[in-house]
Design a protein around this ligand. Structure first.
Ligand code: TRP
Length: 448
């Protein structure tokens, strides 16, 4: 199993296993918690349209770029970039690992809140005063314990390896998530305020489309949601066989990710509008949905309780499979670079991240700031990935064609043109905006 030591890298066992693991990485808090309110804030249907456009024009070429580097080198980010680009490029790999550290440290904290909501929902029901409850869930020792619980689960799955841990967890968990979400969307359709909710979610405000802030937010959301810009898809693809049609898989993964985000919006908005509590959401802080949704569930009595529990369970599933992919980037790098056995690498990396997470676990303002910082680092990482694949690494196009069907093969020149000429300027623009957003957030949270 310690494949890197005998030169035989462990591979995904099945096509479904890889796809579900990658979709498991992509689908998470970003889809079910971030997307609905970012979309509503950013112009409804106009935003959704823009988001689809960006997913197709930037997301898929970038995912394919990461795939070509990962499978082309069969290494985790640091080694892969060094092998294909020389020693200087390994610095980008280190940046990816640091980004993974930062994201998982706060991602796990939010996932921990979700677990607490689910457990409370099962044991005592949803809170009558959701604002107060949010305060209880996010302060003191509670967020710390739940964060540590999430990290322990994540470490366990990753330490079991690619097939027995990551692939198996995704094969079992992801269908559960899809099932729950579809059930919830159908149920939400039957609510009284459903239409109003859909309208608010999707009413196009075209003016927002030309707003550069919205454009960069949509790009940032796309990277975040598709797990791009920190070598995560790169790492997963390093466990792929040469027979995989990576073009086709990238489309499947991106479409599933968008589908889940879109459907999550179809659940969240009717629920919120059925109860007329939209004011709670429009504040759009980290906590908005955590306050508005439980408030809605409690109003709906017994049905609300069941539905709410299911919603939070789906969120836990998404969050855990995403956390697994984040830790895998760190662990794979430690295995490849320092020849640690997988179990030791998982525990060492995971425990360090768990300790780092104690900081965002104890300050909401800081957590919001780190979320913005993560987005900016992803954009920066994505920018350099595009430069690397478009202009530095040789043979990326050939790697994309390997194992590809006719249709995917024909798309490769178009993808490469996008990677070279379209992605760098667009992503650079998004990066600059994202770093400005970090400064703005810092000023507003810490009064600098
Ligand atoms: N995509 C996940 C979500 O939407 C989060 C995530 C997992 C991620 N791995 C990542 C984000 C790698 C950026 C990079 O919740």
């Amino acid at each position: 199993m310690q494949s890197s030591q005998n030169g035989e890298r462990e591979l995904f066992k099945s096509r479904a296993g890889f796809i579900l693991a990658a979709v498991g990485s992509a689908v998470g808090l970003g889809n079910m918690w971030r997307f609905p309110y970012v979309a509503a804030e950013g112009g409804g249907a106009a935003f959704v349209f823009l988001y689809i456009l960006l997913t197709l024009s930037i997301g898929i070429p970038l995912m394919l770029s990461e795939f070509s580097v990962g499978r082309g080198s069969r290494l985790s980010p640091i080694g892969a970039l060094r092998k294909l680009g020389g020693p200087w490029w390994s610095i980008l790999g280190y940046m990816y690992v640091i980004t993974g550290f930062i994201i998982l440290a706060y991602y796990s904290v939010i996932a921990g809140w979700v677990v607490r909501y689910a457990i409370d929902g099962i044991l005592v029901g949803f809170p009558v005063d959701p604002g107060e409850q949010f305060g209880i869930v996010t302060t003191g020792m509670s967020p710390i314990w739940y964060h540590l619980g999430i990290m322990a689960t994540t470490i366990l799955i990753v330490s079991l390896g690619v097939q027995k841990g990551i692939e198996r967890a995704a094969l079992v968990l992801m269908p559960v998530l899809f099932g729950i979400l579809i059930f919830l969307a159908i149920w939400a359709f039957t609510l009284d305020g459903a239409m109003e909710g859909y309208v608010e979610y999707l009413r196009p405000s075209l003016g927002e489309l030309l707003n550069p802030k919205i454009l960069s937010q949509a790009a940032g959301q796309a990277f975040y949601s598709l797990s791009l810009g920190m070598g995560c898809m790169l790492t997963f693809s390093s466990y792929l066989s040469d027979k995989t049609d990576m073009g086709r898989e990238s489309v499947t993964i991106a479409a599933s990710d968008f589908g889940v985000a879109f459907i999550a919006g179809l659940v969240v908005f009717p629920v919120i509008y059925a109860l007329g509590i939209q004011g709670d959401v429009s504040e759009s802080t980290v906590g908005a949905l955590f306050i508005a949704l439980p408030g809605a569930f409690v109003e709906m009595g017994a049905v609300g309780r069941v539905v709410g529990i299911l919603f939070f369970i789906a969120l836990i599933v998404g969050a855990v499979t995403s956390a697994v992919s984040l830790l895998e980037v760190v662990v794979a790098s430690v295995i490849d670079e320092f020849k640690f056995p997988r179990r030791a690498a998982s525990i060492a990396g995971g425990v360090l991240i768990a300790i780092m997470g104690l900081i965002p676990a104890s300050s909401l303002d800081l957590l919001g700031l780190v979320d913005k910082l993560a987005e900016a680092m992803l954009a920066l990482g994505a920018f350099f990935m595009a430069i690397f694949v478009g202009w530095v690494a040789v043979g990326a196009a050939d790697e994309m064609k390997k194992g590809a069907g006719e249709r995917s093969k024909r798309m490769v020149p178009l993808v490469m043109t996008a990677v070279r000429f379209v992605l760098p300027p667009m992503i650079l623009f998004a990066t600059v905006y994202a770093f400005i957003a970090v400064v703005v957030e810092y000023r507003s949270a810490f009064g600098g």
